[in-house]
Design a protein around this ligand. Sequence first.
Ligand code: CA
Length: 232
Amino acid sequence: MNIHQKQKAPQFTEELRQYLLQVGIRETDLLKKLREQTASMPERNMQILPEQGQFLTMLVKIHNPKNILEIGTFTGYSSLCMALASPDVHITALDKNIEWTKIAKKYWQEAKVDNRIELIMGPAVESIKILPNQHFDLVFIDANKGDYLNYYEEGLRVLKPNGVLLVDNVLWKGRVIDSSYTDSSTNIIRELNTHIRNDPRVDICMVPIGDGITIVRKLVAEEGLEPPTPGL
Ligand code: CA
């Protein structure tokens, strides 16, 4: 038996999640309103969960980033969380959908954070190319999975040393371990997860919150580029 199978994590049931939502988060009325509006849309599952919003909020408060890049904005819940977390935050938000970002802009205005969020419309894979090296303190990747490898590499390029990069949907509804899924999105997420695991340029922590978020910290030069220990 693999040594990691001997120690079990508690099973995270839906009932336990409901408890977490009751006592583990503080969602403002405006965030709740945005979530409720998005819930009526067919693409509602593209929105991060409220506990993930709280997670982003806390990360911003702890890490205190000045410049944030968000790849995939949708209706603006995650950007609103991050903008509300600190008055010092400036967000560059990438998305290509006019209908979704119209909703985002409405809520940014209502929260009076719209002056700190710059929306760049167009395919993120193109928009990101024009962004400068090592400009951002935090990068949040949550867009089309087909370009995830590209977003990761470009995200690291624009990230400052000691900066934090977050990747959403790394567990991909459990499909990452289900070999019956051979579609390109699932394969790309598997490939990216392994790539990040073996990337000597970063520290990593995969967190099973929502559909899974990997936290990556870009090493500073003095930390060297020692390869990580082999996978188990
Ligand atoms: Ca997502």
